[in-house]
Design a protein around this ligand. Structure first.
Ligand SMILES: Nc1ncnc2c1ncn2[C@@H]1O[C@H](COP(=O)(O)OP(=O)(O)OP(=O)(O)O)[C@@H](O)[C@H]1O
Ligand SMILES: [Mg+2]
Length: 300
């Protein structure tokens, strides 16, 4: 196809060999399939600041640290230079989040750099180069919905352990390839420790996922993972392998200590198996994830 103006500098620099096609244009960006580094990749071209909608709201930016103090001072003043720096910091946020999350083991597109307002990243798709569908594009069976839901909740936990809340998680920002869900679209990602809205945003993200997967597996609508996850996070006890139940209740009944110790031992043992599987690089398949989920609900 004809090379879009914003991609021309990357073509001139040899970062992009060919622009293959344009994917659906989102509210904030245009996304293209390009040939780069000998393979098909995605190029996300951010729209100009004034064309963008809600995501740059102040609420999302609280707690983001600007390491360069001269730039931080400029951003605080509302000069034109300060606004430019602010814009650059916003654009860098998605690529920063992708690098951070990829290294924390979250399934996100692998980033290949950010040049002239264009983010180059892995194309999530099939072997023929067709882009993967969004959750919103697919119809799921109940068992698939349970499995994918469990995987997405696992990713949300891993993201939070890496210090981030997505902030705009919905069926439009999760792709589904043959290995399962992949989380995309992160420029608004929120700093979990430094942002007063983080708990609210985590809850909104998790509840969006519950509502979506609950359409196919209505028993998911009874779960409450958000409060459970946040309570563990605040207590400093959240780990990527944390065992969640999906129920959150303030239980005031007296506890049978022997019973409790047996449950804890069982959970530890299962956990050890799971950790070993992860170290071997096995990801749970959709049925396995659904089965683990059913098992975890029994502890409710
Ligand atoms: N790495 C990728 N691999 C395959 N498809 C992708 C990838 N990144 C984005 N897409 C496609 O491009 C669309 C827009 O991307 P994205 O959600 O990041 O942009 P956006 O403009 O910020 O979206 P929104 O409208 O949600 O604000 C996605 O819905 C998805 O279909
Ligand atoms: Mg999107």
């Amino acid at each position: 196809m004809k090379i879009p103006r914003r991609l021309q500098p990357l073509v001139d620099d040899g970062l992009i060999d060919e622009v293959v096609t344009q994917l659906m244009s989102g509210k904030e960006a245009q996304v293209y399939v390009v040939r780069s580094g000998g393979e098909l990749r995605c190029a996300k071209v951010f729209k100009e600041a004034r064309q963008r909608s809600f995501k740059q709201a102040v609420q999302y930016q609280e707690g983001r640290k600007e390491r360069n103090s001269r730039r931080a001072r400029a951003m605080a003043k509302k000069t034109r230079y300060g606004q430019k720096e602010q814009e650059q910091a916003w654009l860098n946020a998605e690529v920063d989040a992708l690098y951070r999350l990829a290294s924390a083991g979250v399934r996100v597109p692998r980033p290949y750099g950010f040049v002239d307002g264009v983010l180059l990243m892995e194309l999530i798709g099939d072997a023929e180069g067709f882009a993967a569908p969004r959750l919103d594009d697919v119809t799921l069976g109940a068992e698939e919905a349970r499995g994918h839901h469990a995987r997405v909740i696992g990713e949300v936990v891993r993201m939070l352990c890496a210090g981030l809340v997505h902030g705009d998680l919905s069926e439009f920002n999760v792709l589904l390839d043959e290995r399962g869900p992949v989380i995309i679209d992160l420029p608004q990602a929120v700093d979990a420790a430094g942002n007063n809205s983080a708990a609210m945003m985590l809850e909104r993200d998790v509840d969006n996922m519950r509502a979506y997967f609950g359409r196919f597996a209505p028993e998911l609508l009874e779960t409450d993972y958000a409060k459970e996850i946040w309570a563990l996070y605040e207590a400093g006890e959240l780990h990527p392998e944390s065992r969640l139940t999906g129920c959150f209740a303030h239980d005031t009944a007296p506890v049978d200590v022997d019973d409790l110790m047996t449950v804890i031992d069982d959970v530890r043992e299962e956990e050890a198996h799971r950790q070993a599987a992860r170290h071997r690089g096995d990801e749970p398949g959709v049925e396995e994830a659904a089965e683990e989920w059913r098992e975890s609900r029994r502890e409710c």
